[in-house]
Design a binder for this molecule. Sequence first.
Ligand code: AHR
Length: 618
Amino acid sequence: VTISVSKDGGKDASPLQYGLMFEDINFSGDGGIYAELIRNRAFQGDEFTPSTLDPWSAFGPADISLSNLTPHLSSALPTSVAVKGKVGEEIGISNPGYWGIDILPQTYKGSFWAFGDYRGDFKAALRSASSGEILTSVNIPSHSNTRGWTKHEFVLDSDIAAGYKTNFTLTFVAKSGHQALNFNLISLFPPTYNNRENGLRRDLMQSLKDLNPSFMRIPGGNNLQGKVPGSRWKWNETIGDLIDRPGRTGPWRYYNTDGLGLIEYMLWCQDLEVEPVLILWAGLYLDGTVIPEDGLDFYVRDALHEIEFLTGDASTEYGAKRVALGYETPFEINFVGVGNEDHFSSGMKSYNEYRFRMFFDAISERYPHLQILSSTVELDPIPKGAVLDYHDYGNPDGAVRNFTLFDDQDESNKVLVGEYGVARNNGNEILWKDHRKRPWWIASVAEAVFYLGVERNPDKVFGCAFAPLLQNIESYQWNPNLITFNANTSATVKSTSFHVMGLLSNNRFTTLLPIENSEEYDPGFWVAGLNEDINTYVWKAAVYNTTTEQAFEINFPGSQQGAVAELTVLTAPDAFSENVFGEPDLVDTKKTRLEAGQEGFTFVLPQWSVAVLNWKYT
Ligand code: AHR
C-alpha cells in the first residue's frame, strides 16, 4: 500500500483521545487502587448481611464478636468488634488484608478507634501468614477509656521486603477476663501516590500514568446506578471524615467503603492530569426501578448540588461545604454524564420522555459551559449539543467493522466512547463464560482498529476508554480487564489491550491529516497526522486478519530520501496470546530505525500487528 500524507486540509485532533473509565468492580477500588490495606476495616456487610467479622479472626486466646455498642463510633459506622480473653494473655484481632499485605522497606501509617478502659500498650504488627513471625511491629500507648471512642494513630516501619503473604494484627494483654475492649475503623496505609492521605496505590497509579490518559469517566458504570432502590452511589455520603462515610453494597456484590469518594476521585484526576467526566445518578436502578417524573426533581437538585460542591466557591452553599473540608480551590469540571446505560433495565422510555431532559435543562441552565452526556446513543430526541456516551462489548470482527462507525456522526452531537472492550469471541460467546478470560491478541488488535476509527473523526468523537480498567485476580466479576493485579505490588499484569492502547495513546496527534491511499482499508487500517508539540509526523496502523504480510510505503510531507523515522511494532506469538497473571508478558515491542528511500519509508507489517511510525522533521 502506498500512502501519501497531505500537508494541508487537516482537522484538530481531540486532546481527549484516550482515557480511563473507572468504577469499583473486581475489587478495583476497595482492595485495588484505594491503598487501604485492611479489608472490612469497619465491620460492614454485603448484600446478604448488614455487618460481618469476615475476614477478621481472633489472635491468641481471644473471644471476638460483633458489637453494636452504645455509643457508636458514628452513625455511619455503628458496628465494632468486641475483644476479650484470659487475663495476662496477649489477645487481639488479625486481618489478612485484601488477600495479602505487601511488606516492603517503607513506612506504613495506621489508626484505629478504641472504646473501653485499658491502661497499657496496644501492639500493631505485620506477621508472616504462615509462621506468625512478627515482621514489623510497634507499641501504641493506650488512651482508651469508657467516656467515648478514642482514636489511636501509629506508624509501622519496615526495613525488609518480606512478600505479601502477611497478616495485620492488633493485640493487647488482657487485664480483665470479662470486660471487652472494642475496636473500629482499623486502618493501615502504605505510602501513597503523591503521598496523599487516604490515597492511592503507587504501583497501579504508575500503570495508569503509563497509559498517558486524558480523561477519566467516574464513578460508573453500574456501580453508580445501584442494584435496588436506595442503593445508588450517593455522592454526599462519600465525603468528609472516614467515620462519617457509611459505604454501601455495590452492585458488584461486595461492600464499598467509599473511602475512595468524590473528592478522592477529583484528586486522582489531578494526579493523573486528566479531565474528569463525572457521571450523575439519573433515576434508574439496575433492577429496572425508575423514579417517576413527579419525584425526579429531588435527584436533579441533588446532581446540581454535587456539581456545586465540586465547582462552587465559598460563597455557594455546597461549595462552602467543600471549603470546610479543606479544599479551598474549586475543582474544574467540563463534562458531566446523565446516568449510565439508560437503555437497559427498561429505562429507555422514561429517559427519552423526561429523565434526560429534566437533567439536561437544569444543568445547562445553571452551568452553560458544561458538556452534558446522554448515557445512551438511543436518546430520542437528542437536544443540540448533547454528547452521546457510546458503550460496546462486542467481538473482534465487529470492532474492525466499526472502523467507520463514526464517519457519518452528526457533529452537533459528538460522541464519547465511555466504555469499550472486545469481550466476545467471533462466535459471539461472552468471554467470562469462556476459558479465555483476559484480553487476547486478536481482540486487542481489533480494538486498535476501532480506536483508529475514533482517531480519524476528532470532530465527531472526543475519545475512548477501555472498561473495566482494573481487576484484582483474587476476586472479580468481569472479564476481560485492562490491568490485573493482587496485593503483591510488583506482580501487576498489563494486558495485551493495555499495550495496544498504551502505544496509540503515547503517540498523539495535534492535527489529523488527509491521506491518499493506493488501496482500500482491510486488512490494514491506518490514520496519519502531525504532532506539532514535538515536530513529528505520525502514522498509526493495525493489521487485522490476513495470511500475508502487508507492505507499506509511507510518504510524509517533506520526508525526502535519507530522512530517518522510527517504527514501533507490537506483535504477539499467536492470535490467542494472553498476558496471564504470574506469567511473562507476551507482547513484543520492536523498534526499528528506518531510512526513507525513493519510495518513502518502506516496511512490512505482519498479520495481527499494531504499529506507529514517527518522523521528526527539523
Ligand atoms: O464495565 C462493566 C459494566 O459494563 C459497566 O458497569 C456497565 O456500564 C456496562 O454494562
